[in-house]
Design a protein around this ligand. Structure first.
Ligand code: TRP
Length: 340
């Protein structure tokens, strides 16, 4: 008899906007590979969500595939995780509509992301921006996950998803698992190289303080050489003091994450060095950490048949589960089943 309990299910969506930064790699994605040992993981590129703002169609298409290739290159193994493109599984849009009818105008109006985004895009406050959380609830509930790993900014949406799931279950009986938000183990907290008080996360604007996973080595080195430190110099200036030396602390974090060395080891290694030598060493460690990822992502991007196959397999696996939930929902709310 098989006594092993099935793995808990985890699901997350990634919007294909902006490029992956060193910050999101060292802070989060690097740890995702090992999650697959413990959880049954689903990740999708949320291309339908990207439509709430205007996009250049060719760019959106390219970014969706690039982002998928980059996540695979960062260690998300498609054999161990279910990776797919949201629009390839039509059940998302379908359940999204149904859940729109179980999400209240008042609830959607209270979403802080809606308020922020509509303030920023005053000329395009479309219905999709408003009902975005119902589609996100559908993304989640289709797969009956136990956990949804999200950042602070998405917690409110997961709370809403729980409310919608409970409301539906109260009317129709148990249909959806009510998921928990999952606070991921934080990897390195990587800050902007020019402003060590703000986070280096995914972003559309790439300044000199942000390093991209796909960036070429020369450009990475240049950014590290310009990274802010402080006015100390000479022996002993490389030491960990997050409060008084945030620039140096950030560089030490990055170096530690890339090399696996402790802060004490780093202090010893650079005991006699000035910032110039230290910054070049951090730059080189980053270049070497990102090199295999960049090369693998480029190789995958060039291999269209591999990418097509990956998307197809992922969408089939996801679609099978999604369809089971959607059929159940359609039946419960009273839609006539289609007979083929
Ligand atoms: N809204 C998320 C973001 O902006 C992306 C997303 C869409 C998502 N659907 C999801 C995240 C489902 C978790 C689960 O980052």
């Amino acid at each position: 008899m098989d006594t092993s309990t099935p793995k808990k299910i985890m699901l997350s969506g990634i919007k294909p906007t902006g490029d992956l930064t060193l910050g999101s790699y060292l802070g989060a994605i690097k740890n995702w590979a090992e999650r697959a040992e413990q959880f049954d993981c689903y990740y999708f590129m949320a291309d339908l969500h990207a439509l709430t703002i205007r996009n250049d169609p060719a760019l959106l298409r390219r970014r969706t595939l690039e982002q998928l290739a980059q996540y695979v290159a960062c260690g998300l193994d498609p054999a161990k995780n279910t990776l797919f493109i949201q629009s390839h599984v039509h059940q998302h849009a379908e359940l999204g509509w149904v859940l729109n009818c179980y999400t209240m105008f008042g609830e959607l109006s209270r979403m802080t992301q809606f308020k922020d985004k509509s303030a920023k895009n005053a000329d395009n406050i479309n219905g999709g921006l408003f009902t975005y959380p119902s589609l996100m609830a559908a993304d989640i509930l289709l797969y009956q996950p136990d956990y949804v790993p999200v950042g602070e900014d998405q917690k409110q949406h997961v709370e809403l998803t729980r409310d919608v799931a409970q409301r539906f279950n109260n009317v129709y009986g148990p249909t959806f698992k009510v998921p928990e938000p999952y606070i991921p183990k934080v990897g390195a907290r990587v800050m902007d190289l020019l402003d060590p008080h703000s986070k280096m996360s995914k972003s559309d604007e790439v300044g000199n303080g942000r390093v991209l996973v796909m960036e070429d080595p020369a450009s990475i080195m240049k950014k590290f050489k310009r990274a802010v430190t402080d006015s100390e110099s000479g022996a002993g200036c490389v030491r960990y003091d997050a409060e008084n030396k945030p620039g140096v602390a950030n560089l030490m974090q990055i170096y530690a994450a890339c090399t696996g060395k402790s802060f004490e080891e780093i202090e010893r290694e650079f005991a006699e060095a000035g910032y110039g030598v230290f910054k070049s060493a951090v730059g080189e460690a980053v270049v070497e950490t990102l090199r295999p990822i960049r090369e693998e992502a480029s190789r995958l991007m060039a291999d269209k048949s591999y990418l097509n196959e990956l998307c197809k397999t992922g969408a089939e696996k996801a679609g099978y589960i999604a369809n089971k939930t959607l059929r159940k929902v359609y039946k419960k709310v009273g839609l006539v089943p289609r007979v083929d």
